[in-house]
Design a protein around this ligand. Structure first.
Ligand SMILES: *[C@@H]1O[C@H](CO)[C@@H](O)[C@H](O)[C@H]1NC(C)=O
Length: 217
């Protein structure tokens, strides 16, 4: 009996350890963005509480559609701590995704967050691949949601042939980070050597060069 109690306490302690961002130790910590890229643990430095105003907890960035007239037919507007200082240390953030007909948010992963995608308009095919190599996928309609567990490669694709689509995504991190599969492999700076990628994908180096040409910055 006692050991069951100990196990429950240990399990609860472990559950606390796996939350995405540290628990806040104060009501809030509106981010002050230092010059350069020095994001400090556990987040950015706090604005003095006496200087905090209502607008520090307000973000209108997602009210405007992103421009989808690019080769992917997709645009993401980010509401992470860099754009929305009020979420600093709170362990969450929000993005907006806009899709032209046939637009795709290409395969990518977020190293620091689980993501929930919620469709506001349109029909969107979503999916992620588990560590066992299994694809979990679904076509979402307006008002429907799906989750991508932390770190899993996932994508979103507008299957509406003539209509735009719009999603809201939320993350259990103030700064989820993103690793694009294509950009990481074929657009890295400096480049991953052609010979490494050709051997890894079992294709000719010509194909690797072609793929690299698509991800040149
Ligand atoms: C996304 O939309 C914004 C706002 O219209 C625009 O400034 C930006 O260039 C777009 N990004 C891409 C990749 O098209």
């Amino acid at each position: 009996m006692a050991s069951t109690g100990v196990m429950l306490v240990l399990t609860a302690a472990l559950a606390v350890l796996v939350v995405a961002d540290p628990e806040p130790v104060q009501d809030f910590c509106v981010a002050v963005h230092p010059a350069g890229d020095a994001a400090a643990y556990p987040g950015f430095p706090c604005k003095p509480a006496s200087a905090v105003v209502s607008d520090d907890f307000f973000f209108a960035g997602l009210a405007v559609a992103g421009d989808t007239s690019n080769r992917f037919g997709f645009n993401v507007t980010q509401g992470n701590v860099e754009a929305f200082p009020g979420v600093n240390t709170l362990g969450l953030s929000i993005n907006r995704g806009d899709f032209a007909p046939g637009g795709v948010n290409p395969p990518h992963s977020h190293p620091r967050a689980t993501e929930l995608v919620h469709v506001i308009a349109g029909r969107v095919l979503v999916g992620f691949v588990s560590t066992a190599g299994r694809l979990y996928s679904k076509v979402l309609r307006e008002g429907e949601s799906f989750v991508f567990p932390r770190g899993m490669i996932h994508f979103q694709y507008n299957v509406g042939e003539a209509s735009a689509a719009r999603v809201i995504t939320v993350f259990n991190s103030q700064l989820p980070g993103v690793v694009g599969a294509g950009p990481a492999l074929f657009g890295a700076d400096p480049e991953i050597p052609d010979v490494v990628l050709a051997k890894s994908f079992q294709v000719d180096a010509k194909i690797i060069k072609l793929l690299k040409s698509m991800f040149k910055n």
